[in-house]
Design a protein around this ligand. Sequence first.
Ligand code: PMV
Ligand code: MG
Length: 380
Amino acid sequence: MLLKPVRELKSYNLGKELNVLIEAKAPGKLYIAGEYAVVEPGYPSIIVALNQFVRVSIKESSSYGKIVSQQYQEDSVFWRRQGDQMILDNRDNTFNYIISAISLAEEYAQQLGKKMAVYDLFVNSELDSPSGRKYGLGSSAAVTVATIKAVCQFYELPMTKAILFKLAAIAHLSVQGNGSLGDIAASVYGGWIEYRSFDREWLQAARNTANLKTILEQPWPLLKIRQLTPPDNLKLMIGWTGSPASTSHLVDKVAYQKSTNEMNYQDFLDASKQCLEKLISGFETQSLSLIQAGIKENRTILNNLASFTKVAIETPILKKMCDIAVAHNASAKTSGAGGGDCGIVIISNKEDVSTLLTEWKSSGITELPMKVHEINDIKA
Ligand code: PMV
Ligand code: MG
């Protein structure tokens, strides 16, 4: 629908005072006559405006600016001010990941001698709630992986999990610019994985030096992806806070703090590594109690990181979620960057979780009924 930029300003005080709300609305329209002819210069038509509007409001912000559409919240754009310039931050906009994925897959297809074609690409995500709110379940990674899979299939390219991971990692990194790419690994390999991220500076240098096909075929420094098998009695539960968090911004904030807290940061890294090694051995020995102890310890380690970086990882509602679960014989922690989104619970499948769930519900926490998914349609 084409919209006339009719603006009705209710108040106008931008730049002076915070929290001043400016609202504008513009109506939709309906052609009555003269369609198509009107495309040609000078040809008449009749059009009406309708009492259905798009409304836009603006409120001054002290840090990042956001551009959010109620209907397309996952495509929100963040921006910041640099002098007179508006610097866009498109890392949370799904379309950038799709375009980047297509471009990578096509670069690979061309190097394999394929002839380029034109196509339509449709995306439908189940990784956001029906109301459009983001669960934080890695929709940007999944859309990147799915797009590369589709385009590579379209061009009939040979595919392995390792190649798919590498293509998707390059595509995702070129949009988000930070992050571990662990979400890409999970989306490619499926099931439970151990993931160690590769040297991003090496990849940057490699991209400037070698061709894509060569880079995909060689081992990537420090990268490790390995499938893990959880013990049979392990049950995973997901608690959703209902409030979205931006991984890229949280990761930026921690990165910003780490140079002024070098020692604490190094201690955090060492403690996390040790804790994770114990956790992984819990999978190797099929020990639920070792895994639960590891989850508990990792929660403490992350809360310590939160306190010296002053980044809100375990928000009050996430704390509530964890505390309720812990009171019911479970181990629990924030998931991913925290700051909202989801938390996870590891509990024995012998435990009765009905009161845990009732308490979550009365605290505004929703259990997401998703299950772990194995991937068998691509070669390792
Ligand atoms: O919040 P999530 O599910 O997007 O996870 C982020 C995990 C971080 O380690 C904080 C960042 C990353 O890219 O690995
Ligand atoms: Mg998150």
